[in-house]
Design a protein around this ligand. Structure first.
Ligand code: IPE
Ligand code: IPE
Ligand code: MG
Length: 227
């Protein structure tokens, strides 16, 4: 059996709050530590011979339900983290992209996001897509509405292409922290993905563990409905 190629990896970065709580810290400490892990993962993906895209779930449309303090902290963290990481995007040859409703963020944060996208647009080692204010049901409903408004047929192909993430199908989806659900992440794009759930909390996750997961992925049998 030939080994599976991994082109598009998606990760639900979960468990920051529990990581902090276990150490007697406030939840936001976990977000700070979790943000640091992204660099190691981006480097790994940029250096990996076949990975072209890595999509990371950072903030869902449901995460607005959290306490105001935590939401505000996450917004500030994203802004400062992006600015701080610009040199590493350049170092790794990583292009920064987003999916989700960026318009829901402050003008300042939107400006930072646009600027990092622009400054990394020429990089080709890997595209890192942060899912920000992202909800898959909303993405699908809006795509269908746009097609309907243009009086276009809604087919698998047209709807798939109309999504805000028409990049490529996702090969492997990893969720940290032991939760085994999708939490409104990429429902359409994950139709035939391989899933991997690890109990490791996101701040403790590393490229070594990812490498081990990918190794297992390459040896799984993907049938796509065939025999
Ligand atoms: C994931 O960690 C980060 C975000 C959703 C922003 P959580 O904050 O969900 O951590 P837990 O699940 O409460 O441990
Ligand atoms: C999903 O995690 C969203 C992100 C990791 C950004 P949540 O922690 O919000 O998901 P639930 O509430 O446990 O399903
Ligand atoms: Mg969580």
């Amino acid at each position: 059996m030939s080994k599976n190629i991994l082109k598009h990896l998606a990760i639900i970065m979960d468990g920051n709050g529990r990581w902090a709580k276990e150490r007697g810290f406030i939840r936001t400490k976990g977000h700070e530590k979790g943000a640091e892990v992204i660099r190691d993962i981006t480097r790994y993906c940029a250096e990996h011979p076949t990975i072209e895209t890595v999509t990371l779930y950072a903030f869902s449309t449901e995460n607005w339900k959290r306490p105001k303090y935590e939401v505000e902290f996450l917004m500030k963290l994203l802004d400062s983290w992006l600015k701080k990481e610009l040199p590493t995007y350049h170092e790794f040859g990583a292009r920064f992209e987003t999916v989700g409703n960026i318009e829901g963020f402050s003008p300042k944060l939107q400006k930072t996001i646009a600027s990092i996208k622009e400054q990394t647009a020429h990089h080709t080692n890997v595209t890192q897509i942060l899912a920000l204010n992202y909800g898959s049901r909303e993405e699908i409903a809006k795509a269908a509405t746009r097609l309907a408004n243009r009086h276009e047929a809604i087919t698998e192909e047209s709807l798939g292409n109309e999504l805000n993430t028409p990049y490529t199908d996702i090969d492997l989806m990893v969720r940290t922290s032991g939760e085994q659900r999708l939490s409104n992440f990429l429902l359409w794009q994950l139709s035939y993905s391989e899933f991997f759930f690890t109990p490791t909390l996101w701040p403790d996750f590393s490229s070594q563990e990812l490498d081990d997961i990918i190794d297992q992925y390459t040896n799984r049998e993907r049938r796509f409905g065939g025999v």
